[in-house]
Design a protein around this ligand. Structure first.
Ligand SMILES: NC(=O)c1ccc[n+]([C@@H]2O[C@H](COP(=O)([O-])OP(=O)(O)OC[C@H]3O[C@@H](n4cnc5c(N)ncnc54)[C@H](OP(=O)(O)O)[C@@H]3O)[C@@H](O)[C@H]2O)c1
Length: 162
């Protein structure tokens, strides 16, 4: 089962110059806690932004380039078909952590969405592909905290495909 996890601003922006456009520690903690001990799939650009394999998770990286090298322990997949075959053969929850290219690729197959919606507009060059929310039901929603570390109003939402 594929689950998307991402954060977006009011215009569905998710990235800028290879990084997140904002700093929001509560969302980083949510990402860590939700994906901990699970399988995580990222595109090569997003993986590069992590700077290392994320600990206590099975790291799968999507890369077209057959010669690209990744740190030991990282599983590299070169096509959508390879990832779909992997998903079929396992009962692991597979978290898709982006970026936009990988979200677009997996959108027809995703069962659950974990989205953090930021109230604001940021300078960005990467946007979430359009999602038809009529195909999903909201199963959980809560306001994020606001404090001196977390200054952007935000909300955590969890959807399941109908
Ligand atoms: N706000 C959020 O929650 C969030 C989440 C994730 C990412 N981001 C941001 O999004 C941006 C990166 O997104 P992006 O769309 O530019 O890049 P990306 O999706 O992270 O990675 C794209 C790369 O994935 C590989 N790839 C794509 N399709 C593939 C396929 N069918 N089979 C195998 N490999 C494939 C290619 O790697 P090669 O070119 O190496 O072959 C491609 O260049 C960054 O700014 C990042 O910070 C934000």
């Amino acid at each position: 089962m594929f689950k998307f996890i991402w954060a977006e601003d009011s215009q569905h922006a998710i990235g800028n110059e290879g990084h997140l456009p904002w700093r929001l520690p509560e969302d980083m903690h949510f990402f860590r806690d939700t994906t901990m001990n699970h399988t995580l799939v990222s595109g090569s650009r997003t993986f590069e932004s992590y700077g290392r394999p994320l600990p206590h998770r099975k790291n799968i990286v999507m890369a077209n380039n057959p010669e690209a090298t990744f740190p030991e322990g990282v599983i590299v997949m070169h096509s959508l078909d390879e990832l779909l075959a992997y998903e079929k053969a396992t009962d692991e929850a597979i978290f898709i952590s982006g970026g936009a290219t990988i979200f677009k690729l997996l959108l027809p197959y995703v069962s659950e969405l974990y989205v953090t919606k930021l109230d604001g507009t940021f300078t960005a060059d990467t946007f979430m592909p359009e999602i038809d929310y009529s195909q999903f039901e909201l199963i959980d929603s809560r306001e994020g905290i606001l404090d001196e570390q977390n200054t952007i109003p935000h909300r955590f939402e969890h959807y399941r495909r109908k």
